[in-house]
Design a protein around this ligand. Sequence first.
Ligand code: B12
Length: 215
Amino acid sequence: MADLEGIKTAIIKGKRKEITGLVQAALDENVDPHTLINDYMIEAMKEVGANFEAKKIFVPEMMIAARTMQTGLELIKPLIAQDAEASKKAGTVVIGTVFGDLHDIGKNLVVLMLESSGFEVHNIGENVPPEQFVEKARELKADVVGMSSLLTTGDPHVKATIEAMKSSDLADRVKVICGGAAVTKKYAVDVCGADGYARDAVDGVKVVQQVLGLG
Ligand code: B12
C-alpha cells in the first residue's frame, strides 16, 4: 500500500534518495497527483517552515527538504501537464518571484496548474525587479502578471511591482495578481491595488480566470 505519510516524512527529513521510490509507488497505485501534492507534500513543507521557525532546523536542512520536494514533484509534473497542450490557450500569464526572494517551489506549482488549465505561462524566474516584470509582460504580450512573495521583507517589492505595472502603458490591458505565504489579500488588493490574490495554486487558476472574465 502507498506510504503517503512516508512521503511527507521523507520531505521533512530531506530523504532525497527515498522520495522517488515512495512517490512512484503511490503513482503506480493511482493515488491522485493533486492529493499527493496538496495533502502530503505541501503539508510537509509547512512543517519544515514551522521547524525552521522553532529553530529545530536551519537553512541547510530547509534547503535539503526543498530539494527533496522538487525531486518528488518532477515525477508528478508530467501527469499533471499531460492534457495541457490540447487546450491552449485561455490566455498568457507571466509569472515570477519578486525582487530579493529566491523561493520558487510555490510559484512553479502555480505555473504547472495554470499550464494544465490551458494557459500559456512564461516563468521569468526569481529575484525579479519590478521593471523586468513590466518589460517581460510587454514582450510576451501577457494578459496577466503573477508575482510570488514568501518573505515579509518582500512587501515593498510587491508594492513597487504593482505600482510599476499600474503606472505603465500596460495598465489598462494587463491584470496583476499576487500570491505566496508573505502576502495577504488585504495587502495585495486593498493596499497595493492588485487585481487579485490567491492563497494556493488551485485558487490561482480560479483568480486568473476571474480577472480575465472567463467562465
Ligand atoms: C523551502 C524554503 C526555503 C528554501 C527555498 C527553496 C526554493 N527553491 O524555493 C531556502 C532554503 C532556499 C529558503 C531560504 C530562505 N528562507 Co525560506 N522557506 C522555505 C519554506 C520552508 C517552504 C516554502 C515552500 O516551498 N512552500 C511550499 C509551497 C508549495 O508553498 P508556497 O510557496 O506558499 O506557495 C503556494 C501559495 O503560497 C501560492 N502561491 C505562491 N506563489 C504564488 C504566486 C501567485 C501568482 C499565486 C496566484 C499563488 C502563489 O500557491 C502555492 C502552491 O499552492 C518556507 C516556510 C513556509 N511555510 O512557507 C520558508 C520561509 C518562507 N523562509 C523563510 C526565511 C526567513 C528564509 C531565509 C531568509 C532564511 C535565511 N536566514 O537565509 C532565506 C531567504 C532566501 C531568499 N532570499 O529568498 C521564512 C520567511 C519569514 C518571513 N516572515 O519573511 C519562512 C516563512 C520560514 C519561517 N517560518 O520562518 N527557504
